[in-house]
Design a protein around this ligand. Structure first.
Ligand code: CP
Ligand code: NVA
Length: 307
């Protein structure tokens, strides 16, 4: 079986903590001459994008190059996928050409179909359901800034986006308390919250952002209009307006608290510029850490012999 990286809930905490430790090691070694430079020599990663990307595209590309591997960047619309070749057939064909597939595809069912039919590792580069590579970078950033993750309180305010789903899955694995403030219309789905609680997570679902942020170690939000929800834009902006991360809201968290956002951000919508561009913001480290953590993820995926 190839080593896929699909959802954080597929993993135990030892494996994920190990990946973050490896990411820290690779970060410290970046730019130095050493065996890491040829860790993935001879490997080719196909990167398939159904929707736009800046960070995922560049950080995966650089991760492969800096470890000695190569990439093929493919747009879903330019492939026969866009003319209705099945995902399963695409998976079988790509598996004959390349050593791994990173895909950004909105449908989580299509991601599963790809992984089920690929004989090479598949990495989830975002679906409308989840964004596990992003949250691995978030966890790495939080640990760098706030120390050991166990026992930290993370406050989420705004839309229950794909990034939040991966945070909910991470919470029990890392012993993080999550306080989530959303309007009812954009609250997280019960099944993912139930899964996390069943695995021991301390998760509070609230509708008041002030209550969520009070005394937190970290405040996180995401765009109010995720890819695939553009048709609801006006309704979302209106309903989510009370959940904006303002300086006042940030002031309710611990004085040492950090602000994170996966980016792209919309200043004046989910966060004011004083916060995202202010001293508590960790968003640039967070974006950089995508590179380091994805190196660790790719090295883990490729560590198994090709099946
Ligand atoms: N955070 C993130 O995944 O950014 P991109 O959409 O630019 O890849
Ligand atoms: N929730 C956002 C994340 C972008 C990286 C989206 O899906 O558009």
């Amino acid at each position: 079986m190839p080593r896929h990286f699909l959802e954080l809930s597929d993993f135990d905490s030892t494996t994920l903590s190990g990946l973050i430790a490896e990411a820290r090691r690779l970060k410290a070694l970046r730019g130095k001459v050493g065996p890491e430079r040829s860790l993935l020599a001879g490997k080719v990663l196909a990167m398939v994008f159904e929707t736009q990307s800046t960070r995922t595209r560049i950080s995966f590309d650089l991760a492969m190059r800096e470890l000695g591997g190569e990439t093929l960047v493919l747009s879903g619309t330019e492939m026969q996928l866009g003319r209705e070749e099945t995902i399963a057939d695409t998976a079988r064909v790509l598996s004959r050409y390349v050593d791994g597939i990173m895909i950004r595809i909105l449908s989580p069912a299509h991601l599963s179909e790809l992984a089920d039919n690929a004989s090479v590792p598949v990495v989830n580069g975002l679906t409308r359901h989840s964004h596990p590579c992003q949250v691995m970078a978030d966890l790495m950033t939080l640990e760098e800034r706030a120390g050991p993750l166990r026992g930290l309180t993370v406050a989420w305010t705004g839309d229950a986006s794909n990034v939040l789903v991966s945070w909910i899955e991470a919470a029990p694995l890392f012993g993080i308390s999550l306080r989530i403030a959303t309007p009812e219309a954009y609250a997280p789905k019960h099944d993912v919250v139930d899964w996390a609680r069943m695995h021991g997570a301390d998760i509070m679902l609230l509708d008041d952002p002030v209550a969520a942020v009070d005394g937190a170690d970290c405040v996180i939000t995401d765009t109010w209009v995720s890819m695939g929800t553009e048709h609801e834009r006006d309704k979302r902006l209106k309903t989510l307006a009370p959940y904006q991360v303002t300086t006042d809201l940030m002031g309710r968290a611990k004085p040492s608290a950090i602000f994170m956002h996966c980016l792209p951000a919309h200043r004046g919508e989910e966060v004011v510029s004083e916060v995202i561009d202010g001293p508590q913001s960790a968003v640039w480290d967070e974006a950089e850490n995508r590179l380091h953590v994805q190196k660790a993820i790719l090295a883990w995926c490729f560590a198994e012999a090709r099946s």
